[in-house]
Design a binder for this molecule. Structure first.
Ligand code: NAP
Length: 307
């Protein structure tokens, strides 16, 4: 398989989207417990351009992308639950590529009712699940505020919290209010018309997917004993103690969360939304720029590998 060369996007130096280079490299080979997939579509996440800019020192060169949907080409030793020809999706490191390997445990059968683009947009589900239930310990009947209810993570968080029987409040722009309401939010607050903290009564849990000033203004909205979960940065322990709340970073990614989300997707109880599709692979820079500049739409940006 190493004789076969595949197109990929690689980053050789941290910087602007012009650092995304289309090149050919030998195809990877699945090791024990791994699966080689032919990628049809890759999710495009904010972490992709943050890593490209050097947010964390990821060894260079690297192939961006953390999630994909595609077709199994080959399986490594010990893999019994995936077969060549099977359509799958899940967490795939280096997904801006024609092919990639991923641990079999992180890949799930693609539900027949989802397109490859939709399945490649599902990764926000596991993030939302982990933040709400594993970190935030959300239970039925609680009031939850979800910032950016129309985003790649927020659109899943609204659906998951609603399905769990929570009273869901979300923030969104005016053009996304109907959309976020349709996902199960009882109240959708237009964060652009007035400060959100003047429009919302206290909640048990805030899930912040925005950070910065939004995080700073969210401590005051949590009931004493409640929890503020942030996915963008580490909340302040001092401010949490002063407010009598728990405030934590919520970026857990467990196999349990992936499995729970896969079950709900298969049953059609939650749905991924595609903000915009870019194609082919050479459009990676345009896709990342759209994400970085806050391009309009709902849900996740997707990069289709072929035209
Ligand atoms: N730690 C982790 O494990 C982890 C995992 C996934 C994501 N994240 C982080 O979480 C953040 C969100 O990720 P994502 O994929 O959901 O991003 P995204 O889809 O790019 O988010 C875009 C959304 O943000 C909304 N938005 C922008 N500014 C807002 C504001 N001030 N208040 C409320 N909504 C606002 C926009 O809503 P409108 O169009 O309605 O204005 C848009 O729908 C990113 O910073 C990402 O890096 C962390």
């Amino acid at each position: 398989m190493r004789d076969i060369h595949i197109p990929v996007i690689r980053v050789h130096a941290y910087g602007a989207s012009s650092q995304l280079t289309l090149e050919e490299i030998p195809s990877p080979v699945p090791g024990p417990g791994e699966v080689l997939i032919n990628i049809v579509a890759s999710g495009v996440n904010p972490i992709d351009w943050k890593l490209r800019e050097g947010f964390q020192q990821k060894p260079l060169p690297f192939i961006p992308g953390v999630e994909a949907a595609g077709v199994v080409i080959a399986v490594g030793e010990g893999v019994t639950d995936k077969k060549p020809g099977q359509e799958v999706y899940g967490a795939v490191d280096g997904s801006y590529a024609a092919c990639a390997v991923a641990p079999a445990a992180q890949l799930f059968p693609k539900p027949a009712h989802l397109s490859f683009e939709e399945a490649a947009a599902a990764g926000g589900g596991k993030t939302a699940w982990g933040a709400l239930f594993e970190v935030g310990q959300l239970v039925k009947g609680q009031r939850v505020l979800i910032h950016a209810g129309a985003g790649g993570v927020g659109s899943f968080a609204v659906q998951l919290a609603f399905n769990a029987g929570a009273y869901v409040i979300a923030t969104a722009s005016a053009e996304n209010i109907d959309f976020v309401t349709s996902l199960g939010a009882a109240e959708v607050i237009d964060y652009k018309v007035a400060p959100f903290e003047t429009q919302i009564a206290l909640v048990d849990l805030v899930l912040d997917t925005v950070g910065g000033d939004t995080l700073e203004r969210s401590y005051q909205l949590v009931k004493p004993g409640g929890v503020l979960v942030c996915l963008v940065g580490m909340p302040s322990a001092e401010k949490a103690a002063a407010a009598g709340i728990r405030a934590v970073w919520g970026g857990t990614k467990t196999i349990h969360a992936m499995r729970e989300v896969a079950k709900l997707l298969e049953k059609g109880l939650i749905t991924p939304f595609v903000r915009k599709v870019f194609a082919p692979l050479s459009q990676a820079a345009a896709a990342q720029n759209y994400s970085q500049q806050g391009g309009k739409g709902r849900g996740k940006i997707v990069l289709r590998i072929e035209e």
